[in-house]
Design a binder for this molecule. Structure first.
Ligand code: FES
Ligand SMILES: [Fe+2]
Length: 378
Protein backbone atom coordinates (compact mmCIF):
# COMPACT_ATOMS: atom_id res chain seq x y z
CA UNK A 1 0.00 0.00 0.00
CA UNK A 2 1.33 3.48 -0.89
CA UNK A 3 1.55 5.64 2.22
CA UNK A 4 -0.11 9.05 1.98
CA UNK A 5 3.04 10.65 3.46
CA UNK A 6 5.86 10.91 0.95
CA UNK A 7 8.58 10.30 3.60
CA UNK A 8 6.94 7.00 4.59
CA UNK A 9 7.29 5.59 1.08
CA UNK A 10 10.32 3.45 0.20
CA UNK A 11 13.19 5.98 -0.06
CA UNK A 12 15.41 6.23 -3.12
CA UNK A 13 18.91 4.78 -3.07
CA UNK A 14 20.48 7.43 -5.30
CA UNK A 15 19.99 10.51 -3.15
CA UNK A 16 21.49 13.98 -3.47
CA UNK A 17 24.43 14.74 -1.20
CA UNK A 18 28.20 14.34 -0.85
CA UNK A 19 29.51 10.76 -0.74
CA UNK A 20 33.01 9.36 -0.30
CA UNK A 21 33.37 6.23 -2.46
CA UNK A 22 37.21 6.34 -2.36
CA UNK A 23 40.03 6.81 0.11
CA UNK A 24 42.76 9.31 -0.79
CA UNK A 25 45.17 6.38 -0.94
CA UNK A 26 43.02 4.68 -3.62
CA UNK A 27 44.09 7.25 -6.21
CA UNK A 28 47.83 6.97 -6.84
CA UNK A 29 49.63 9.52 -9.07
CA UNK A 30 50.10 8.20 -12.60
CA UNK A 31 47.40 5.49 -12.31
CA UNK A 32 43.71 5.28 -13.15
CA UNK A 33 41.30 3.98 -10.48
CA UNK A 34 38.10 2.34 -11.72
CA UNK A 35 35.07 2.35 -9.43
CA UNK A 36 31.28 2.22 -9.38
CA UNK A 37 29.31 5.04 -7.78
CA UNK A 38 25.51 5.36 -7.79
CA UNK A 39 25.34 2.89 -10.66
CA UNK A 40 27.87 4.88 -12.77
CA UNK A 41 31.15 3.40 -14.00
CA UNK A 42 33.72 6.10 -13.17
CA UNK A 43 37.47 6.68 -13.32
CA UNK A 44 39.63 8.75 -10.97
CA UNK A 45 43.19 9.98 -11.51
CA UNK A 46 45.43 12.83 -10.38
CA UNK A 47 46.32 15.75 -12.65
CA UNK A 48 49.82 17.26 -12.75
CA UNK A 49 49.12 19.30 -9.60
CA UNK A 50 48.03 16.13 -7.72
CA UNK A 51 44.32 17.16 -7.75
CA UNK A 52 41.85 14.31 -8.08
CA UNK A 53 39.83 14.21 -11.30
CA UNK A 54 36.68 12.05 -11.61
CA UNK A 55 35.22 11.35 -15.06
CA UNK A 56 32.75 8.89 -16.56
CA UNK A 57 34.65 5.77 -17.57
CA UNK A 58 33.11 5.74 -21.03
CA UNK A 59 34.97 7.74 -23.65
CA UNK A 60 32.72 10.27 -25.46
CA UNK A 61 34.55 9.59 -28.75
CA UNK A 62 33.42 6.01 -29.46
CA UNK A 63 32.55 4.54 -26.06
CA UNK A 64 35.71 2.72 -24.90
CA UNK A 65 36.26 2.26 -21.14
CA UNK A 66 39.07 4.71 -20.44
CA UNK A 67 40.08 2.88 -17.24
CA UNK A 68 40.76 -0.42 -19.04
CA UNK A 69 43.99 -0.05 -20.97
CA UNK A 70 43.97 3.74 -20.54
CA UNK A 71 46.92 5.68 -19.11
CA UNK A 72 47.63 8.93 -17.29
CA UNK A 73 49.83 11.11 -19.50
CA UNK A 74 50.82 14.67 -18.49
CA UNK A 75 47.92 14.88 -16.05
CA UNK A 76 45.39 13.76 -18.69
CA UNK A 77 43.75 10.39 -19.25
CA UNK A 78 44.68 8.81 -22.56
CA UNK A 79 41.98 6.57 -24.02
CA UNK A 80 43.34 3.22 -25.25
CA UNK A 81 41.05 3.04 -28.29
CA UNK A 82 42.24 6.01 -30.47
CA UNK A 83 44.76 7.75 -28.21
CA UNK A 84 42.70 10.88 -27.41
CA UNK A 85 43.76 12.76 -24.24
CA UNK A 86 41.22 14.27 -21.80
CA UNK A 87 42.10 16.86 -19.16
CA UNK A 88 40.60 17.57 -15.70
CA UNK A 89 37.69 19.51 -17.27
CA UNK A 90 36.72 16.38 -19.22
CA UNK A 91 37.67 17.99 -22.55
CA UNK A 92 39.71 16.35 -25.27
CA UNK A 93 42.93 18.35 -25.61
CA UNK A 94 44.89 16.31 -28.13
CA UNK A 95 44.99 13.05 -30.03
CA UNK A 96 48.14 11.05 -30.67
CA UNK A 97 47.02 10.38 -34.25
CA UNK A 98 45.07 13.57 -34.92
CA UNK A 99 46.24 16.68 -36.79
CA UNK A 100 47.28 19.19 -34.03
CA UNK A 101 45.24 21.95 -35.72
CA UNK A 102 42.01 19.94 -35.31
CA UNK A 103 39.28 21.37 -33.05
CA UNK A 104 38.61 18.79 -30.28
CA UNK A 105 36.83 20.65 -27.44
CA UNK A 106 33.41 19.27 -28.43
CA UNK A 107 34.59 15.74 -27.49
CA UNK A 108 34.00 15.99 -23.77
CA UNK A 109 32.14 14.66 -20.75
CA UNK A 110 31.05 16.77 -17.79
CA UNK A 111 33.48 16.07 -14.92
CA UNK A 112 32.17 15.09 -11.49
CA UNK A 113 32.88 17.48 -8.61
CA UNK A 114 35.45 15.83 -6.35
CA UNK A 115 37.00 17.14 -3.12
CA UNK A 116 39.71 15.51 -1.06
CA UNK A 117 39.28 15.71 2.72
CA UNK A 118 39.39 13.43 5.76
CA UNK A 119 41.68 10.90 4.03
CA UNK A 120 38.85 10.43 1.52
CA UNK A 121 37.67 11.55 -1.89
CA UNK A 122 34.18 13.02 -1.79
CA UNK A 123 31.98 13.29 -4.87
CA UNK A 124 28.92 15.49 -5.20
CA UNK A 125 25.80 13.67 -6.43
CA UNK A 126 22.99 16.09 -7.24
CA UNK A 127 20.82 17.66 -9.92
CA UNK A 128 23.92 19.33 -11.42
CA UNK A 129 27.12 17.33 -10.97
CA UNK A 130 29.18 20.53 -11.21
CA UNK A 131 27.22 22.68 -8.75
CA UNK A 132 27.01 21.22 -5.24
CA UNK A 133 24.13 22.77 -3.31
CA UNK A 134 25.13 21.37 0.09
CA UNK A 135 28.31 22.16 2.08
CA UNK A 136 31.06 19.61 2.74
CA UNK A 137 32.16 20.45 6.33
CA UNK A 138 35.23 18.19 6.32
CA UNK A 139 36.74 20.22 3.45
CA UNK A 140 36.51 23.51 5.36
CA UNK A 141 39.89 24.96 6.33
CA UNK A 142 40.74 24.24 9.97
CA UNK A 143 38.21 21.43 10.35
CA UNK A 144 40.90 19.08 11.75
CA UNK A 145 42.80 21.74 13.74
CA UNK A 146 43.81 20.23 17.08
CA UNK A 147 43.09 16.67 15.84
CA UNK A 148 45.52 14.00 14.68
CA UNK A 149 45.70 13.30 10.91
CA UNK A 150 42.57 11.28 10.07
CA UNK A 151 43.03 7.57 9.30
CA UNK A 152 40.71 5.19 7.49
CA UNK A 153 40.58 1.62 6.20
CA UNK A 154 38.92 -0.29 3.36
CA UNK A 155 35.54 -0.33 5.15
CA UNK A 156 32.99 -3.04 4.43
CA UNK A 157 30.38 -3.74 1.75
CA UNK A 158 26.69 -3.83 2.75
CA UNK A 159 24.85 -6.10 0.33
CA UNK A 160 22.00 -5.29 0.10
CA UNK A 161 21.35 -2.19 2.19
CA UNK A 162 19.21 0.87 1.74
CA UNK A 163 21.30 4.04 1.98
CA UNK A 164 19.18 5.39 4.87
CA UNK A 165 19.47 2.31 7.15
CA UNK A 166 22.94 3.11 8.61
CA UNK A 167 22.22 6.73 9.58
CA UNK A 168 18.72 5.89 10.83
CA UNK A 169 20.44 3.58 13.34
CA UNK A 170 22.16 6.52 14.96
CA UNK A 171 18.92 7.72 16.53
CA UNK A 172 17.43 4.24 16.98
CA UNK A 173 17.67 4.08 20.77
CA UNK A 174 16.52 0.48 21.31
CA UNK A 175 19.03 -0.91 18.83
CA UNK A 176 21.95 0.48 20.91
CA UNK A 177 20.99 -2.06 23.60
CA UNK A 178 19.82 -4.91 21.39
CA UNK A 179 22.54 -4.88 18.72
CA UNK A 180 25.54 -3.17 20.35
CA UNK A 181 24.93 -3.95 24.05
CA UNK A 182 25.59 -0.28 24.82
CA UNK A 183 23.86 1.22 27.81
CA UNK A 184 22.20 4.59 27.56
CA UNK A 185 22.44 6.64 30.77
CA UNK A 186 21.21 10.03 29.74
CA UNK A 187 19.94 11.88 26.70
CA UNK A 188 21.51 15.34 26.92
CA UNK A 189 20.08 16.56 23.60
CA UNK A 190 17.05 14.76 22.20
CA UNK A 191 17.67 13.54 18.64
CA UNK A 192 16.25 16.11 16.22
CA UNK A 193 17.10 18.77 13.68
CA UNK A 194 19.54 21.34 15.09
CA UNK A 195 20.18 25.00 14.19
CA UNK A 196 22.71 23.91 11.50
CA UNK A 197 20.05 21.79 9.79
CA UNK A 198 21.76 18.52 10.82
CA UNK A 199 19.96 15.73 12.67
CA UNK A 200 21.87 15.51 15.94
CA UNK A 201 21.81 14.06 19.45
CA UNK A 202 23.99 14.10 22.56
CA UNK A 203 23.91 11.09 24.90
CA UNK A 204 25.86 9.48 27.70
CA UNK A 205 26.58 5.81 27.06
CA UNK A 206 28.58 2.82 28.26
CA UNK A 207 30.36 0.66 25.72
CA UNK A 208 31.56 -2.87 26.54
CA UNK A 209 34.52 -4.47 24.75
CA UNK A 210 33.68 -7.65 22.79
CA UNK A 211 29.96 -7.48 23.67
CA UNK A 212 28.96 -8.74 20.19
CA UNK A 213 31.36 -11.68 20.27
CA UNK A 214 29.82 -15.14 19.77
CA UNK A 215 32.25 -16.44 22.44
CA UNK A 216 31.07 -16.32 26.06
CA UNK A 217 34.62 -16.00 27.32
CA UNK A 218 35.24 -12.87 25.22
CA UNK A 219 31.94 -11.39 26.41
CA UNK A 220 32.94 -12.08 30.03
CA UNK A 221 36.32 -10.42 29.48
CA UNK A 222 34.41 -7.44 28.10
CA UNK A 223 32.71 -6.99 31.48
CA UNK A 224 36.13 -6.06 32.81
CA UNK A 225 36.67 -3.48 30.09
CA UNK A 226 33.82 -1.09 29.67
CA UNK A 227 33.91 2.56 29.09
CA UNK A 228 31.52 5.41 29.73
CA UNK A 229 31.50 8.12 27.13
CA UNK A 230 29.77 11.30 26.11
CA UNK A 231 28.47 10.78 22.58
CA UNK A 232 27.84 13.81 20.36
CA UNK A 233 26.49 12.60 17.04
CA UNK A 234 25.50 14.60 13.98
CA UNK A 235 23.99 13.23 10.78
CA UNK A 236 25.10 15.60 8.03
CA UNK A 237 23.53 13.73 5.13
CA UNK A 238 22.52 10.22 4.05
CA UNK A 239 26.18 9.38 3.46
CA UNK A 240 27.89 11.30 6.27
CA UNK A 241 27.71 11.24 10.05
CA UNK A 242 30.14 12.78 12.52
CA UNK A 243 30.52 11.59 16.11
CA UNK A 244 32.70 13.05 18.85
CA UNK A 245 33.08 10.67 21.80
CA UNK A 246 34.64 11.95 25.02
CA UNK A 247 35.83 9.49 27.64
CA UNK A 248 35.49 10.28 31.34
CA UNK A 249 38.12 12.42 33.17
CA UNK A 250 39.32 9.20 34.95
CA UNK A 251 40.04 7.78 31.49
CA UNK A 252 42.04 10.86 30.56
CA UNK A 253 39.14 12.67 28.89
CA UNK A 254 40.34 11.32 25.54
CA UNK A 255 38.33 12.67 22.60
CA UNK A 256 37.70 10.60 19.54
CA UNK A 257 36.25 11.69 16.19
CA UNK A 258 34.57 9.13 13.95
CA UNK A 259 33.29 10.08 10.53
CA UNK A 260 30.94 7.42 9.18
CA UNK A 261 30.69 7.37 5.40
CA UNK A 262 28.02 5.43 3.53
CA UNK A 263 28.04 5.19 -0.28
CA UNK A 264 25.38 3.67 -2.54
CA UNK A 265 27.11 1.52 -5.13
CA UNK A 266 24.14 0.02 -6.98
CA UNK A 267 20.32 0.17 -6.70
CA UNK A 268 20.55 -2.42 -3.90
CA UNK A 269 24.04 -2.21 -2.39
CA UNK A 270 26.05 0.21 -0.26
CA UNK A 271 29.49 0.45 1.28
CA UNK A 272 30.40 1.78 4.74
CA UNK A 273 33.70 3.19 5.94
CA UNK A 274 34.86 5.03 9.05
CA UNK A 275 37.48 7.80 9.34
CA UNK A 276 39.01 8.27 12.79
CA UNK A 277 41.06 10.92 14.53
CA UNK A 278 41.91 11.66 18.18
CA UNK A 279 42.21 15.03 19.86
CA UNK A 280 45.84 16.04 20.31
CA UNK A 281 46.14 15.72 24.07
CA UNK A 282 48.56 12.83 24.18
CA UNK A 283 51.79 13.73 25.99
CA UNK A 284 54.31 14.93 23.39
CA UNK A 285 57.57 13.19 24.58
CA UNK A 286 55.64 9.92 24.73
CA UNK A 287 54.44 10.57 21.23
CA UNK A 288 58.00 11.12 20.01
CA UNK A 289 59.08 7.88 21.68
CA UNK A 290 56.22 5.95 20.07
CA UNK A 291 57.15 7.36 16.68
CA UNK A 292 60.78 6.26 17.17
CA UNK A 293 59.97 2.78 18.46
CA UNK A 294 56.84 1.93 16.48
CA UNK A 295 57.21 4.15 13.44
CA UNK A 296 53.96 6.00 14.15
CA UNK A 297 52.75 8.57 16.63
CA UNK A 298 50.73 7.44 19.62
CA UNK A 299 47.76 9.41 18.35
CA UNK A 300 47.87 7.65 15.01
CA UNK A 301 48.14 4.26 16.71
CA UNK A 302 45.22 5.10 19.00
CA UNK A 303 43.20 6.27 15.98
CA UNK A 304 43.91 2.96 14.24
CA UNK A 305 42.77 0.97 17.29
CA UNK A 306 39.53 2.97 17.55
CA UNK A 307 39.03 2.69 13.78
CA UNK A 308 39.25 -1.11 14.00
CA UNK A 309 36.79 -1.13 16.93
CA UNK A 310 34.31 1.12 15.10
CA UNK A 311 34.48 -0.98 11.91
CA UNK A 312 34.00 -4.21 13.88
CA UNK A 313 31.05 -2.68 15.74
CA UNK A 314 29.02 -2.84 12.49
CA UNK A 315 28.90 -6.68 12.69
CA UNK A 316 25.46 -6.75 14.28
CA UNK A 317 24.16 -3.85 12.20
CA UNK A 318 25.23 -5.52 8.97
CA UNK A 319 23.24 -8.64 9.84
CA UNK A 320 20.14 -6.49 10.38
CA UNK A 321 20.57 -4.08 7.45
CA UNK A 322 21.27 -6.72 4.82
CA UNK A 323 18.09 -8.65 5.70
CA UNK A 324 15.84 -5.75 6.57
CA UNK A 325 12.94 -4.47 4.47
CA UNK A 326 11.77 -0.88 4.50
CA UNK A 327 8.19 -0.76 5.82
CA UNK A 328 5.98 2.07 4.63
CA UNK A 329 3.71 1.40 7.58
CA UNK A 330 5.88 0.41 10.57
CA UNK A 331 4.52 0.24 14.12
CA UNK A 332 6.67 2.70 16.11
CA UNK A 333 6.96 2.70 19.91
CA UNK A 334 7.78 5.64 22.17
CA UNK A 335 11.03 3.83 23.16
CA UNK A 336 12.32 3.75 19.57
CA UNK A 337 13.70 7.26 19.20
CA UNK A 338 12.37 9.73 16.63
CA UNK A 339 12.55 7.46 13.59
CA UNK A 340 9.55 8.98 11.84
CA UNK A 341 10.79 12.62 12.20
CA UNK A 342 14.12 11.30 10.93
CA UNK A 343 12.46 9.93 7.80
CA UNK A 344 10.82 13.30 7.33
CA UNK A 345 14.23 15.04 7.62
CA UNK A 346 15.71 12.63 5.05
CA UNK A 347 13.20 13.61 2.40
CA UNK A 348 15.23 16.76 1.62
CA UNK A 349 17.91 14.54 0.03
CA UNK A 350 15.49 12.85 -2.36
CA UNK A 351 15.79 13.72 -6.04
CA UNK A 352 12.90 16.14 -6.70
CA UNK A 353 11.34 13.84 -9.28
CA UNK A 354 11.35 10.72 -7.05
CA UNK A 355 7.80 9.60 -6.11
CA UNK A 356 6.18 13.01 -6.30
CA UNK A 357 2.82 13.48 -4.65
CA UNK A 358 -0.02 13.36 -7.14
CA UNK A 359 -1.25 16.92 -7.83
CA UNK A 360 -4.46 16.41 -5.86
CA UNK A 361 -2.83 14.52 -2.92
CA UNK A 362 -4.21 16.93 -0.30
CA UNK A 363 -7.67 17.14 -1.83
CA UNK A 364 -10.56 15.38 -0.10
CA UNK A 365 -11.31 12.08 -1.79
CA UNK A 366 -14.21 12.49 -4.14
CA UNK A 367 -17.47 10.84 -3.04
CA UNK A 368 -18.24 7.73 -5.01
CA UNK A 369 -20.53 8.59 -7.87
CA UNK A 370 -23.31 6.30 -8.98
CA UNK A 371 -22.29 4.30 -12.02
CA UNK A 372 -23.78 5.67 -15.23
CA UNK A 373 -26.49 3.51 -16.58
CA UNK A 374 -25.40 1.34 -19.46
CA UNK A 375 -26.38 2.78 -22.77
CA UNK A 376 -28.44 0.28 -24.56
CA UNK A 377 -27.22 -0.57 -28.00
CA UNK A 378 -29.54 1.00 -30.47
S1 FES B 1 36.84 5.76 -28.01
FE1 FES B 1 38.24 6.84 -26.79
S2 FES B 1 39.59 7.72 -28.18
FE2 FES B 1 38.11 6.78 -29.38
FE1 LIG C 1 24.16 0.31 14.99
Amino acid sequence: MVSTKRYMRPPPQYVHSWFAPLRSSDVVPGKITNFTFMGHELIAFRDEGGQVVVLDAQCPHFGAHRGVGGRVVDGCVRCPFHGLHFDRTGECVKGDFVDPSRRLGHIKTVPWTAREAAASIFIWHGVDRQRPDQPLPFAEPGFFDGWSPPVTNAGRPLRPTNVFFPTENIIDIQHFYAVHFWELHEIIKEPGEDEDGNFSAVMRMTWKAGAQSPYAVVRRLGNAYQSQFHFDIRILGPGMALSISTLTPEQGGLQLMNIILITPVSPTDCHIRVVTSVKRTVDKPLNRLARRVLGAGLEELLSRVFLAIATKDFDGDEMIWTHRRFLANPKPLADDGPLIPYRQWCERFWPPDYLPDPPDADAEPEPARPKPALVENA
